[in-house]
Ligand binder design. Structure first.
Ligand code: PNS
Length: 158
């Protein structure tokens, strides 16, 4: 039984995240999408909204659970008896930061592996930050985020 954690801020969930979720779902018996509670930056979507969105979009997958976490990720992973942490890599520019985090997490908990998954190349430029910026400035994010995210973004921009 292999359980993986896919952690992140998910402010908001994008189709790039979803692509990684689908790939991880095929590889593990159970996948926990773990939303970070305390993010320093002011989130556009509060924790409740982010959870609602992910739960709705992922409800079709029975082996995927959505949860929140606070504190050290490895403590959460150990507590959930997970073997792996999943992180999505888009481009080489992501790699340095991700490698640093993965190695720190390995130092803290050597029994937990970090698995890097590449989202489809069509999402290689996509990030939650850019989605929010484009939306704020009146651009279309059609095809970049799930329908429910697009709707909620529209409501927020009104
Ligand atoms: O989607 P993000 O914002 O890139 O996710 C970053 C996240 C949540 C995975 C990272 O900030 C994290 O793990 N935070 C929890 C605190 C922690 O464990 N820090 C040490 C990591 S080396």
């Amino acid at each position: 039984m292999h359980r993986a954690i896919y952690p992140g801020s998910f402010d908001p969930l994008t189709n790039g995240h979803l692509d990684v979720i689908e790939r991880a779902h095929k590889m593990f018996d159970e996948l926990i999408i773990a939303v970070l509670v305390n993010i320093d930056k002011n989130p556009l979507f509060d924790l409740k909204e982010r959870l609602e969105i992910i739960r709705e979009v992922c409800s079709k997958w029975p082996r995927i659970h959505v949860d929140t976490f606070d504190g050290l990720l490895v403590h959460y992973a150990i507590n959930k008896q997970a073997d792996c942490i999943i992180r999505g890599i888009r481009a080489i520019s992501d790699y340095e930061y991700e490698l640093q985090m993965a190695l720190m997490n390995r130092k803290l908990a050597p029994q937990i592996e970090t698995v890097f998954l590449m989202a489809a190349e069509s999402y290689s430029y996509l990030s939650s930050r850019l989605v929010k910026e484009v939306c704020k400035l009146g651009g279309s994010v059609d095809g970049l985020v799930p329908e429910i995210v697009e709707q909620r973004l529209r409501e927020k921009m009104r």
